[in-house]
Design a protein around this ligand. Structure first.
Ligand code: SF4
Ligand code: SF4
Length: 190
């Protein structure tokens, strides 16, 4: 799903390339399994075929690019891609691609408290091994009491429980075979 909210002015991806790694693509000209860095992506520098990249790449952005979240929410720093899916209908999915100290920060907790106060639903998602589909769970009810009560120790415990539980799932193969054939792009070695 793409996002139809305007991008924040003056905000760029910088060194972040997390969506080019953790969001699967299965297009005629570009297919990459979940967790595989796109063959056109330069680690820490971004897209090497920016001018001719597929339309999907032009329209998919994480929520950090459209909502006023602090710099430490940038996905390569926070380890969290805030997915656009569901945002316009009031559900926020936190795709935790890497566990970092940010998950235990005041910034993270305070933002989730604010989202709940606004009535937004919350979901957590984690990737599995490369080439498997992420798993996801709606955790609004599970976390609400800790968030509403400002109970950080309880929140930290519940969050850890969810992430452990998600990581234990049997991850299904995403069935995507890598294919890097963007017209006009240099060949990519597989
Ligand atoms: S995850 Fe967000 S900040 Fe990072 S490269 Fe993708 S759109 Fe940019
Ligand atoms: S073509 Fe460019 S923007 Fe699209 S996934 Fe690959 S590196 Fe990212």
């Amino acid at each position: 799903m793409t996002l139809d909210l305007p991008l924040l002015p003056d905000r760029t991806c910088g060194e972040c390339v997390e969506c080019c790694r953790f969001i699967p693509l299965d297009l005629p000209e570009l297919a990459k399994p979940t967790g595989m860095l796109c063959g056109y992506c330069m680690e820490g520098a971004g897209c090497a075929v920016h001018a001719i990249r597929p339309q999907t790449c032009r329209t998919w952005f994480c929520v950090w690019r459209v909502v006023e979240l602090s710099d430490d929410w940038r996905p390569d720093r926070s380890g969290i891609i805030v997915r656009p899916d569901g945002l316009t209908t009031g559900e926020i999915t936190l795709y935790v691609v890497r566990e970092t100290d940010f998950l235990r920060s005041d910034t993270f907790f305070d933002t989730l408290v604010s989202w709940r106060e606004q009535g937004l639903s919350l979901a957590l998602s984690v990737p599995g091994p490369v080439g498997t589909l992420p798993v996801r769970a709606v955790v609004t009810d599970y976390l609400t009491a800790a968030l509403a009560g400002g109970d950080r120790p309880m929140f930290d415990l519940l969050l850890a429980n969810v992430l452990i539980s998600l990581a234990r799932h049997a991850f299904e193969p995403d069935g995507i075979e890598p294919r890097f054939a963007v017209p006009g792009a240099p060949p990519v070695a597989l």
